[in-house]
Write a protein that binds this ligand. Structure first.
Ligand code: GLC
Length: 716
């Protein structure tokens, strides 16, 4: 039966594809065909088999219990750990049980956290976002997908697209930063990288937008905690990155741990069913986060596992990760406490995704590709490029950097000088021994003029101090109240300073840090983040001037933890001139969009093409950027807008565009941004975007704190 159906499916699909239809209509036809397959399969399934599809089980390996549960049709999906995954042989052996030893042979979908690489580990997502390059993010995730797929992963629990504005929160490291506009752009790029145009083709994996929704707003920056988010803020700040990912075709979404205004995300029908499934027209499936369904009991909204399961399935959570409360749904349907239609909808979505992934046609992973899934020179080259474009130069006193064209003796010291654990919290199958450490990178890439030592000595001309946070000081459940360098590293820098040599401090961090002390001790400060496998080579490229820093912050760096929350696009108060603390200003140490270069970029001649726009109109804002230096450089030119008066109060500034441009020495380029009135909408009380007349300020700038300013008006 099963094989016959596959043959029928393939013939029909081939016929359809032969028709000269457009890709979009082709996609629709394929989906319609899949839906008809899903419907016919659903009709064959018993209630128990349907409920079995709703469980994602955690299992380190295949044991008798798992084997029996698979044979009983109780396992729809599997995951097996943060830093490990089944071998292809083991994965196929497990799959074979599902295909050959169950009544309907429905394949299992295998999931894994492929957050910023699988074997070739790229910089952490917060670092990648500082490249401001959707293309690089797409390429990194495409490589990650190909490696993961070759190793039997069907489904990556990524991208994490939670807007994150609290450096105390450890998972800010996994995010694309504090800005909604950037998060939405990178969400789309990451989904395209993972799924490609056809997710059933080789080397692609199902993407998973997480964590739905508002997880980054955890109270006190403490992971898993309560969030208080107004509907307006939810729609203006936290939902757009999910909508962008859904529109890019993401086939799964993961419900979050946090409580949203009294209704936990995993029991939140309003946001899952109404907003995600209906308003955003999401046709994939929703999986809960780890244990999050059963944790509804701890949240205090379910009295037992049965209630937790009913709340989550009715809210629209189609698959339960790890806990087994959904096994109770069979009795609930039989007792008429739950409509079987709800089960059918959940199973239908899961089967739709399994068909889209091609798991019915190709349930097994080929053994021939596994070797291709290791780091290659070409993949390392990409990782090296992304790492160097993600690093952010915060200080470069008297242009001490780059160190080149001179005979020089460099001492490379600090906790991270020889550290291989610079792969972030989610390391997947990355291997420490494959990581190029800061010291080896600087040593191996040094030209004959440069001597590298591990200690400071009398011959030392410059010290490179490698400091930072270990990967167990950020990431999941690793929030901190103190966002200074840990392990007395500031004292270490102060002590180093007494040696009277210039210090270049490189920070390997996972979050915005309070660097006030570090700045005082250092002639130069470079944010390295956790750059992954090519750490040392990327660092050397920047230090020796082989590449010119271009990274720009996507999160504000506070002067102190007391300033949090501090992010650029806040709303005004009625007394904007009185927004400071008694003991501190309200301005961050480094603003969103900040990053220095070895070049010196000058902004001139802002032109706003028209002063007044009608409601369906557009205008062009341009400025001339000049590289006033003798070294080629890349500048991320940013466009900010302020809607001065709205039907609700508006942020003091909003990023509405950016261009990453490379200029030769003394080259000038006019950068144009086209703004349409549709780019300037506000959400009305029903959260429908509307165009409101009124005055706007506009800036073209090198960061969010300054810029050439103009204005225009949308006429009544
Ligand atoms: C974790 C994380 C989630 C991850 C999942 C599976 O608790 O919250 O991001 O995908 O469990 O590892």
């Amino acid at each position: 039966m099963n094989n016959l159906k596959i043959i029928f499916f393939s013939i029909t699909l081939t016929f359809l594809l032969a028709c000269n239809t457009t890709p979009e209509s082709n996609e629709i036809k394929v989906d319609e065909l899949i839906m008809s397959k899903v419907d016919s399969l659903l009709k064959l399934m018993s209630l128990e088999e349907k409920v079995g599809q709703l469980s994602q089980r955690f299992s380190a390996g295949l044991d008798n219990k798992l084997s029996d549960d698979i044979k009983n049709g109780q396992v729809g999906s599997l995951l097996n750990g943060r830093k490990n995954f089944y071998t292809v042989k083991e994965r196929n052996k497990i799959q074979k049980i599902a295909i050959e030893e169950t009544r309907l042979g429905i394949p299992i979908i295998f999931g894994h956290d492929v957050i910023h690489g699988f074997r070739t580990i790229f910089p952490i997502s917060l670092a990648q976002s500082c490249t401001w390059s959707p293309k690089l993010i797409e390429r990194a995730n495409s490589v990650a997908a190909s490696e993961a797929a070759a190793n039997g992963v069907d489904w990556a629990f990524a991208p994490m697209v939670d807007v994150s504005r609290d450096p105390r929160w450890g998972r800010i490291a996994e995010s694309y930063g504090e800005d909604t506009y950037l998060n939405a752009i990178f969400s789309k790029a990451a989904v395209n990288g993972f799924q490609g145009k056809d997710v059933s083709s080789e080397g692609k994996v199902i993407a998973c937008l997480k964590h739905f929704v508002g997880y980054g707003a955890a109270t006190g920056g403490r992971d898993y905690q309560y969030t208080e988010i107004s509907d307006r803020t939810m729609h203006e700040v936290y939902l757009p990155s999910f909508e962008a990912g859904v529109n890019a075709g993401a086939l799964t979404v993961m419900s979050a741990f946090n409580d949203i205004n009294g209704v936990p995300a995993t029991a939140n029908k309003k946001y899952i069913r109404k907003t995600l499934k209906e308003k955003m027209n999401f046709n994939g499936f929703v999986v809960s986060d780890w244990d999050a369904v059963e944790e509804l009991i701890k949240h205090g909204i379910a009295s037992d596992k049965r209630e937790a399961a009913l709340l989550a399935i009715n809210a629209g959570v189609d698959m339960e990760m790890k806990t087994l409360t959904y096994q109770k749904l069979t009795e609930e349907v039989k007792a008429n406490n739950l409509s079987e239609n709800i089960i059918d909808e959940a199973v239908g979505r899961i089967l739709f995704v399994k068909y889209k992934k091609g798991l019915f046609k190709n349930p097994y992973t080929s053994l021939t590709n596994v070797d291709k899934a290791n780091p290659t020179l070409e993949k390392r080259k990409l990782a090296r490029q992304i790492a160097s474009e993600s690093m952010v130069l915060l200080k470069n006193k008297e242009n001490i950097l780059p160190l080149k064209n001179k005979k020089i003796n460099i001492a490379v010291v600090g906790l991270f000088a020889n550290e291989t654990n610079v792969m972030g919290w989610w390391q997947s199958l990355g291997k420490n021994e494959e990581v190029v450490t800061p010291y080896s990178g600087l040593k191996n890439n040094a030209d004959s003029n440069i001597t590298i030592t591990k200690e400071v000595n009398s011959k030392t001309d410059v010290i490179i101090a490698c400091v930072g946070e270990s990967s167990t000081l950020f990431g999941e459940n690793h929030s901190r109240t103190n966002i200074k360098l840990p392990n007395n590293q500031e004292a270490f820098l102060n002590k180093l300073k007494k040696k009277g040599k210039p210090i270049i401090t490189v920070v390997f961090n996972g979050r915005p840090l309070d660097l006030t002390g570090v700045l005082e001790s250092s002639e130069a400060v470079l944010i390295g983040w956790h750059p992954g496998i090519e750490t040392g080579n990327a660092l050397a490229d920047l230090i020796y001037g082989k590449s010119n820093p271009s990274g720009k912050l996507t999160t504000s760096f506070p002067k102190s933890v007391g300033q949090i929350p501090v992010y650029y696009n806040q709303r005004n108060s009625g007394r904007p001139h009185q927004s400071n603390y008694r003991d501190e200003t309200s301005k961050p140490l480094f603003p969103f969009g900040f990053g220095l270069s070895y070049s010196n970029f000058e902004y001139d001649n802002l032109i706003v093409s028209k002063e007044k726009l009608n409601r369906k109109d557009s205008l062009v804002i341009s400025a001339q950027i000049t590289n006033n230096s003798n070294v080629q450089g890349t500048e991320i030119v940013q466009l900010y807008v302020q809607d001065i008066v709205g039907s609700t109060t508006r942020p003091v500034k909003e990023l509405k565009g950016f261009r990453k441009i490379t200029l030769a020495p003394n080259e000038s380029k006019v950068v144009n941004f086209t703004l349409k009135t549709n780019d300037l909408t506000v959400l009305n009380d029903n959260f429908i975007p509307i165009i409101e007349p009124g005055k706007f300020n506009v800036w073209i700038s090198t960061n969010s704190d300054k810029g050439l300013k103009g204005s225009f008006e949308i006429e009544k």
